[in-house]
Design a protein around this ligand. Structure first.
Ligand SMILES: Cc1cc2nc3c(=O)[nH]c(=O)nc-3n(C[C@H](O)[C@H](O)[C@H](O)COP(=O)(O)O)c2cc1C
Length: 529
């Protein structure tokens, strides 16, 4: 990690909590008018110089995102069955492999099927055969997830959840065995949609245009209808009991008779200009909601001028997101410390080489929390034995170092929280406590907040109390899962309008005009020390 001095780390610590981080030099951004709303707002447009990212130097991803999970989601690659079927007596010859003109042997499905045990496990993904025997104990979701597809084609369950090249990046060259002989692939016939797939298809046909989404709650309601049961369960099953409610306990003290004609919601985060002080919180598995996954979010964040935090468990590769970014877009990468620490160092090096501007270091997920909604499907529900034998959250964890302590990360001074422990304090309550008891901290370091944010007013409350920026996690997953990139852009637009309206009505022209005395808690106030 010492090789990464130029990357600014943001350590994720307390669950659903605030994110203090160390800011540094300020870079200017140009200004453009954003119209089409009652007031003229001035937003920052990025014009960073010297921020082109290196797009080479990509090396292996860690086991963290490798073969993370098996779930049945449909619409994935299926091997093409050729008309010619093997004739009796020809099997032995095929099992030895047909040699292609390139010299590479084709492997028959019959041969693949022989390697179907824990001690000898092959799988086929997108027409290629992989020997994953040695990888079984390393699989984040446990060996069982992979063994369900031992000796068989795992493409359909593998593809929606893994970045491209996951297998190539994590297996030794001798474990990448070569292409399947397509003449040996049994035709599967037309795939019959499950009840859930039919429900999703019908719901998608009924979707209103994106402009019918008036606020983030509209996206959430629609997401529940159009997402697969698996995606909804994973996205929704977080430990946010208190967070959403907590924002509603804080009220404004507006200032009046201050012109509301001009409002500028632009700001800076970690020295980077942002059009609004909202960022994308790193959240895994965007492909569960849309085939283009996190890339949609990258594109939207780039166009709208906000920062994207990329999950270590993203279903797209970092390279894909880097390729999708605009020239002066800023990406931040989130990591968990891997039990295999050199793997984390390797990942950090890659993250730096690919031009990410900071890291968020999540430290509150040494083990996954309980999520009943995201539980493994019962055997009854999963007749095809195609789903993961554990929930998604469980399946993509496991590689995180559960022995991580402060001493290991003494060089990092800031944090980011996940969503593991229920009944942890809500971020706004912690922020308020800091404002009351240690206001000097808010001057010394940048504090970021996320968890349960649904309205521009939530953002404005946090900014007034001293936060530098506010993150949205599920909002982008829902937006992506409903309308893809368009939905993510609409989400940012909605937030911008709501933030500007709240600022104008509070009598704040710029983010700096938002003051702590403009926000007070009513009702329950968390106990103070
Ligand atoms: C489905 C889902 C996946 C998440 N994945 C990650 C992750 O991979 N890494 C991480 O540090 N935080 C992760 N988080 C936590 C988010 O970064 C963020 O703290 C949280 O979503 C904020 O709350 P919100 O969803 O109400 O905005 C995830 C959250 C959700 C809901």
């Amino acid at each position: 990690m010492s090789t990464l001095r130029s990357i600014r780390p943001v350590l994720r610590r307390s669950a659903q909590s605030i994110r203090p981080s160390i800011g540094s030099g300020v870079r200017g951004g140009g200004k453009t008018s954003v119209r089409g709303y009652a007031t003229t707002y001035v937003a920052n447009s990025f014009s960073l110089s010297g921020s082109r990212y290196a797009r080479t130097g990509a090396v292996a991803v860690t086991a963290s995102v490798a073969i993370a999970i098996s779930l049945y989601l449909g619409n994935a690659w299926q091997p093409i069955a050729m008309d010619a079927q093997p004739q009796d007596g020809e099997e032995e010859e095929e099992d030895e492999g047909i040699t292609q003109p390139s010299g590479q042997k084709l492997i028959s499905m019959q041969e693949v099927a022989k390697h179907n045990t824990r001690d000898d496990c092959w799988v086929v993904v997108q027409g290629n055969v992989y020997d994953v025997t040695d990888f079984l104990p390393l699989h984040p979701g446990g060996a069982g997830v992979v063994l369900q597809h031992a000796g068989d084609d795992a493409t359909e369950v593998f593809m929606p959840l893994h970045p491209p090249n996951t297998l190539e990046d994590n297996l030794r060259p001798d474990q990448i065995l070569g292409p399947v002989d397509p003449t040996t692939v049994q035709p599967r016939g037309p795939r019959v949609l499950t009840e859930d797939e039919k429900r999703v298809r019908n719901a998608k046909e009924d979707m209103p245009p994106v402009d019918a989404m008036l606020n983030l709650e509209d996206f959430e309601k629609l997401a529940e209808k159009v997402l697969s049961k698996t995606a909804w369960a994973y996205y929704r099953s977080a430990v946010f009991y208190n967070n959403e409610a907590a924002w509603k306990r804080y009220f404004f003290r507006p200032r009046v008779l201050r012109s509301a004609r001009f409002v500028d919601p632009s700001s800076e985060m970690l020295g980077m200009p942002v059009s609004i002080p909202v960022y994308v919180s790193p959240a895994a598995m965007a492909k569960l909601g849309h085939p283009l996954g996190e890339v949609n979010i990258t594109r939207a964040a780039g166009k709208a001028g906000i920062i994207q935090g990329i999950s270590a468990n993203a279903s797209c590769s970092l390279e894909e997101m880097v390729d999708a970014q605009t020239e002066d877009q800023n990406l931040i990468f989130q990591i968990y410390l891997n039990k295999d620490r050199p793997a984390s160092e390797k990942l950090l090096k890659k993250v730096e080489d690919l031009g990410c501007k900071a890291i968020m270091f999540t430290v509150d997920a040494p083990i996954p929390g309980f999520r009943t909604l995201d539980a493994p499907p019962s055997a009854k529900e999963d007749k095809n034995k195609s789903a993961a034998p554990v929930g998604i959250a469980q399946a993509i964890s496991g590689y995180q170092d559960d022995n991580l302590v402060w001493e290991d990360i003494a060089f990092i001074r800031s944090n980011h929280g996940g969503r593991q422990l229920n009944f942890s304090p809500a971020p706004i309550d912690i922020l308020y406590e800091i404002r009351q008891q240690k206001p000097e901290l808010l001057e010394k370091m940048e504090v970021y907040v996320d968890g349960g944010v649904k309205h521009g007013t939530d953002v404005v409350k946090a900014l007034a109390l001293g936060a530098k920026g506010v993150g949205l996690g599920r909002a982008f997953l829902y937006a992506n899962g409903t309308y893809g990139e368009e939905g993510c852009i609409k989400t940012i637009e909605i937030m911008q309008k709501e933030i500007c309206t709240a600022m104008a009505l509070l009598g704040a022209h710029t983010v700096k005009d938002l003051k702590p005395e403009m926000v007070k808690p009513l009702g329950f106030i968390p106990a103070t020390a």
